[in-house]
Design a protein around this ligand. Structure first.
Ligand SMILES: Cc1ncc(C[n+]2csc(CCOP(=O)(O)OP(=O)(O)O)c2C)c(N)n1
Ligand SMILES: [Mg+2]
Length: 801
């Protein structure tokens, strides 16, 4: 035990060291036996019917089912109404059947190889799917909602997702103490010890904006193998090490002693309810079969498995005990078994009638009212994202003020606020103010906004300042965004722990809970997202395809080549674009709702805004769309303070909306037929290009058009732009290296939309291994070199494509 709080230690001591604490009524013992019967006979049934199928059975740790049910019963008794579970493969089908109570035929039909998938994405294997179920808890007779969050193979990746969803459910219910909503995380012993995200998740448990007020963790610890020596249970090393690091109590219990297991589980639930802290129950068990049912464990562990095969199953042991002490008769026990076997057989019969697999039956987070009854968006339009001028002005005024009395802010900050006041008066915004306008206006419309990440309150680049700190009173803070309107939705801005994997997973889970929120995660610098790659690959890019679950999470990834070295430069746009599912070779049909239907069909949206107004609109569009898609935004660094990177209120007022493409609007448009070159670009390089064009006096010969939305690709608008300048050479210019950035993504799409009749020439940095040089001079030389090529009108003469 690694608890240094005396009260907590005494509490635990009293629970375990008081003589005779572990007393059960015969009713409780019979319930335990019945639950063990279900647990064991479920696995037996699957083994009999589908002997050559993987199911990751629970044999050896059948007690996990009564263990989880005890935690739920006890928590329900203490007032919990909603339990969110995350768990890996081991025993998952059994948990679905016997804890969550998924219909058995729904589970059994998944074993039918002929089951046809409804057209709802690419799906997932049966032991990854999620589930949501509202029912009456039989023991407490109270309503309880149980959900099991869908997860990928990647062990433990679901942990922070479950925590985020739990936090959100608590938040929306005003359950600040976690008395109504809680999470349970089940772990394998090896994954629990080895996967760093376990630690990242535990670490969030003590941070105010991330705590779920305690989680009960259950470890299925089959690592130590089979032993009859009870001391082995105490020497199980791995979970203990993890618990030591995270300072949570860990209760080891022998899984062959069902009464001890359920006692420990009820103590764990009580601990959580009493102290609002995490707790670990380590079920020390063995694994009767191989890793999966197709594995032969005797290949590698012959002696251990000889012993395991001699081990009497826990159900038989416990039944013998209860029969011997007279709590049940042999006949009652056999009837209990026969009853459950019959239930399984009948469900099996019904499962054969199922011909179609609907993944939506396995949805873990339904959003009632958001879609129509068929689960489709209610419309295929997106309202204009502009807002009335007085709303902009009001937000600007609050953003430049200190809305509480006697609050002394830093003089440097006063200067920043004065700057915001001036911008508001002159009807302009910079990046930070545009973000304020987007968040503030959504809050007005009842949309909860949550921004999380390292140092997001101030902003990595010290531009945001969403939390004001009193310079004279320690820890006195003020969030002006929460002082906009009396009946606004709440704004949460929170500095996270120094984690990407855990925190991004958490925010994704938070965004799962409700569609009526804007949930954003900001990376300190864009490249740090790669330590959260598993969340991006396994959940964000693929989540909807696998689990029919929409998610509107926004990733803010600071990006830009500014001579800062190989890191802190690139948010790796190429990676996101490579995972975008819009077809590069299919010439689209330009229907009236092309823009929105393209968004509906894609797996995520990738944008790189060049103006504050663009950023404002895309944030608002994210919530106004009639469906949810993850949004990846490459955000600027130097543009945060660039004098040209400002937008007028005119670009944000009612009637305006997000422009996927911002066409050239200067001198070149006067006589487009005379334009020699049309440069397409995205993001910050636009400002370098405009400056260079002006210094070379090429405004009439060269047009510059910006892609604000890169994916899904704005085929329609690109076509229009290219046609506007029939005599122009088309160039794609990017500041990233050729094998990075956007080029590989945009190039085939340009070819498709241009019918391969005109080339799109590349201008940018040469291919490279590292995303940016560490040498400032090399950076500037390569910048000059590609800007020269961009305006060298002879550069591609005579070249073929
Ligand atoms: C991140 C990750 N790495 C590797 C694997 C492959 N893998 C699947 S199960 C497993 C063993 C898990 O052991 P444990 O956590 O003890 O669970 P058990 O199967 O013993 O219940 C491994 C390595 C995986 N699924 N995820
Ligand atoms: Mg294991």
């Amino acid at each position: 035990m690694f608890i240094n709080d005396v009260e907590q230690c005494q509490w635990i001591r009293q629970k375990f060291e008081t003589p005779g604490v572990m007393q059960f009524s015969s009713e409780e013992k019979r319930t335990l036996l019945a639950r063990l019967v279900r647990s064991m006979r479920f696995e037996d049934f699957l083994a009999r019917k589908w002997s050559s199928e993987k199911r990751f059975g629970l044999e050896g740790c059948e007690v996990m089912i009564p263990a989880l049910k005890t935690i739920i019963d006890k928590s329900s008794e203490m007032g919990i109404e909603n339990v969110i579970l995350g768990m890996p493969h081991r025993g998952r089908l059994n948990v679905l059947a016997n804890v969550i109570r998924k219909d058995l035929e729904q589970i059994f039909c998944q074993f039918d190889p002929k089951l046809e998938a409804a057209d709802e994405g690419s799906g997932d294997v049966k032991y990854h799917l999620g589930m949501y179920h509202e029912r009456i808890n039989r023991v407490t007779n109270r309503n309880i909602t149980l959900s099991l969050v869908a997860n990928p193979s990647h062990l433990e990746a679901v942990d922070p997702v479950v925590q985020g969803k739990t936090k959100a459910e608590q938040f929306y219910r005003g359950d600040a103490q976690g008395k109504k909503v809680m999470s349970i995380l089940v772990h394998g012993d090896a994954a629990f010890a080895g996967q760093g995200v376990v630690y990242e998740t535990f670490h969030l448990s003590d941070l105010p904006s991330y705590t779920t007020n305690g989680t009960v963790h259950v470890v299925v610890n089959n690592q130590i193998g089979f032993t009859t020596d009870p001391r082995m249970a105490r020497s199980s090393p791995y979970p203990t090490d993890v618990a030591r690091v995270v300072n949570a109590p860990i209760f080891h219990v022998n899984a062959d002693d069902p009464e001890a297991v359920i006692y420990v589980c009820s103590v764990a639930a009580e601990w959580r309810n009493t102290f609002n802290k995490d707790v670990v129950v380590d079920l020390v068990c063995y694994r009767r079969r191989g890793h999966n049912e197709m594995d032969e464990p005797m290949f590698t562990q012959p002696l251990m498995y000889k012993q395991i095969h001699r081990q009497v199953p826990v159900l038989k042991k416990y039944a013998d005990k209860l029969i011997a002490e007279g709590t049940v008769t042999l006949q009652e026990f056999e009837e209990e078994i026969a009853k459950y076997d019959r239930i399984c057989e009948e469900a099996y019969g019904r499962s054969k009638d199922k011909k179609i697999l609907h993944i939506k039956h396995w949805l873990d987070s339904p959003w009632p009212g958001f879609f129509n009854v068929d689960g489709e968006p209610k419309s295929m339009t997106c309202p204009a994202t502009g807002i009335p001028e007085d709303v902009l002005t009001h937000i600007g005024e609050v953003a430049s003020s200190v809305p509480v009395a006697d609050f002394k802010i830093h003089t440097g900050l006063s200067r920043i606020l004065r700057g915001r006041a001036d911008m508001t008066k002159t009807r302009t915004v910079d990046w930070a103010l545009a973000e304020y306008m987007a968040f503030g206006s959504l809050l007005k419309e009842g949309i909860h906004v949550r921004l999380s990440g390292q140092d997001v309150e101030r902003g990595t680049f010290s531009h945001r300042h969403h939390v004001l700190h009193d310079q004279e009173v320690d820890r006195r803070t003020c969030v002006p965004m929460n002082h906009l309107w009396p009946d606004q939705a709440p704004y949460t801005v929170c500095n996270s722990s120094l984690s990407e994997y855990g925190v991004l997973g958490f925010e994704l889970g938070y965004a799962m809970a409700s569609p009526n929120a804007l949930v954003l995660w900001e990376a300190q610098f864009g490249d740090f997202h790669n330590t959260a790659q598993c969340i991006i690959d396994q959940f964000i890019s693929t989540g909807q395809a696998k689990w029919v679950r929409h998610n509107g999470i926004v990733l803010l990834l600071p990006h830009g080549m500014e001579g800062m070295g190989p890191e802190h430069s690139s948010a790796r746009p190429e990676r996101f674009l490579q995972m975008s599912n819009d077809d590069s070779d299919a010439y689209p049909v330009f229907t009236e709702d092309f823009e929105v239907s393209q968004l509906y069909d894609c797996n995520w949206i990738v944008v790189n805004c060049s103006t504050p107004a663009s950023y404002f609109h895309v944030l608002r569009r994210q919530v106004l769309l009639p469906f949810r898609k993850p949004l990846i935004i490459f955000t600027p660094k130097s543009l945060l303070r660039h004098p040209e990177a400002k937008s007028s209120f005119d670009q944000m007022v009612s009637g305006t909306s997000f422009q996927r493409v911002i066409p050239e609007d200067g001198a070149a448009t006067q006589a487009p037929e005379r334009v020699r070159r049309l440069i397409f670009c995205t993001g910050k390089v636009y400002y370098d290009l405009v400056k260079e064009r002006s210094s070379q006096g090429l405004e009439e010969q060269v047009a510059i058009t910006r892609l604000e939305q890169i994916s899904p690709f704005p085929f329609d608008l690109i076509k229009r732009e290219a046609e506007k300048y029939p005599g122009a050479e088309l160039v794609w210019c990017q500041e990233e290296h050729k094998n990075m950035g956007y080029y590989d993504y945009i190039s085939p799409r340009f070819m498709t939309i241009l019918g391969r009749a005109r080339p799109i020439w590349y201008v940018g940095r040469d291919p490279a291994a590292a995303p940016a040089t560490g040498n400032r001079n090399t950076h500037l030389v390569s910048l000059k070199k590609f800007l020269d090529s961009a305006f060298n009108l002879q550069a591609f003469e005579g070249k073929t494509f």
